[in-house]
Design a protein around this ligand. Structure first.
Ligand SMILES: [Zn+2]
Length: 344
């Protein structure tokens, strides 16, 4: 999961809420408001407490329309944060979500509100003083009327899990070299699946590199997933797969099986090469679309040392559209790397 910015919330991004120096003992700022792209929903971000290690914001979505709306909660809670006009990188979990189910929607009755409080210091580096802005941000805010009521929402729970699950380490020799896999809290069947997935993902990434080397002007599958050719975008993609291949064939990769979340997986981008595998991961096919191996490509692309992708959109349809409409974001979007690699 990740910072999402763009079309639907452009109006909000322009506003932002100024916070005078994060190091200030305490401060309050006026709320930021904007529309969400869903008719009748208005979003507000209100700055609460600001200290050296806390920047609490309260996010509120108010349904101003005359009818009930069901909104995908994960789309509403994503924020854009800037310091002195420069985006502050998100450093919390980057999650690959499973397809939303009815339970992932929150129901906001006509005139009602949905609110959540977050401490931005959990997910953003606020150690440098400056003027911060916080605004709602999202590329996709999805709503449906056919969902069930949800009373609690889980958003970006940050804070790394302290404590260590029992770890075992195994050195796996692959064709291209040797990767060391460390398992945290994995059962023997999970270890078997992981070992297979790491090998499959290494093969996918290697084949992606070969394909790009053979098609130095892009076209074909490159255009499908990364859009119109430009030399800088093409080299970013090439570099990412090169780093991912190196990770999966020669580094120490840690797979953590202790999560009980209904995601596929998540990582902390600045913590290579630790990948947390969650409930939706295990039933996924070994290879092909949204597979175990492909998920490892997705997550690995997030690591800053591999090039540091974001999650602008999720899913094949949205990823294809992004390649057409915004190639710069497509080459920065984890699912696009996954889908290109899964089709090699
Ligand atoms: Zn992701």
């Amino acid at each position: 999961m990740r910072i999402l910015r763009r079309p639907l919330w452009v109006a909000c991004l322009a506003i932002g809420t100024a916070v005078p120096m994060v190091s200030a003992a305490e401060a309050n700022a006026a709320p930021t408001a904007g529309t969400t792209g869903i008719t009748g929903i208005t979003a507000t971000v209100q700055i609460g407490r600001v200290t050296g290690d806390a920047l609490t914001v309260r996010f509120t979505a108010r349904n101003m329309s005359a009818s009930t709306v069901d909104v995908l909660s994960r789309d509403l809670s994503v924020l854009a944060v800037t310091r002195d006009g420069v985006p502050v990188p998100y450093r919390g979990k980057l999650i690959k979500y499973a397809a939303p189910t009815a339970a992932d929607y929150i129901r906001i009755p006509a005139g009602g509100t949905y609110a959540v409080t977050e401490n931005l210091a959990d997910d953003y580096d606020l150690s440098q003083p400056g003027t911060f802005t916080v605004a709602p941000a999202s590329t996709q805010v999805r709503a449906t009327r056919a969902a069930t009521v949800r009373t609690t929402t889980g958003i970006r729970q940050s804070r790394r899990t302290a404590g260590a699950a029992p770890a075992t380490t195994e050195r796996v020799t692959a064709a291209a070299g040797a990767v060391t896999i460390t398992y945290r809290g994995c059962s023997s069947s999970e270890k078997t699946a992981i070992k297979q997935a790491v090998g499959d993902a290494a093969t996918m990434s290697t084949k992606s590199q070969s394909w790009l080397a053979a098609n130095p002007s892009g076209g074909g599958a490159y255009t499908t997933w990364f859009g119109t050719y430009s030399s800088s975008r093409f080299s970013r993609v090439t570099s990412a797969y090169s780093h991912i291949t190196s990770e999966l064939t020669s580094k120490t990769v840690t797979l953590d099986c202790t999560s009980d979340e209904d995601y596929y997986a998540y990582v902390y981008p600045d913590d290579p090469y630790v990948i947390y595998l969650c409930n939706a991961y295990w039933p996924a096919p070994a290879t092909g679309t949204d597979s175990k191996a492909g998920t490892l490509i997705h997550e690995s692309s997030h690591f800053t040392v591999n090039g540091g992708t974001d999650d602008h959109v999720y899913g094949q349809t949205a990823a294809r559209q992004l390649a057409k409409s915004n190639p710069a974001n497509a080459v920065d979007n984890a699912d696009n790397y996954e889908y290109f690699a899964e089709s090699r």
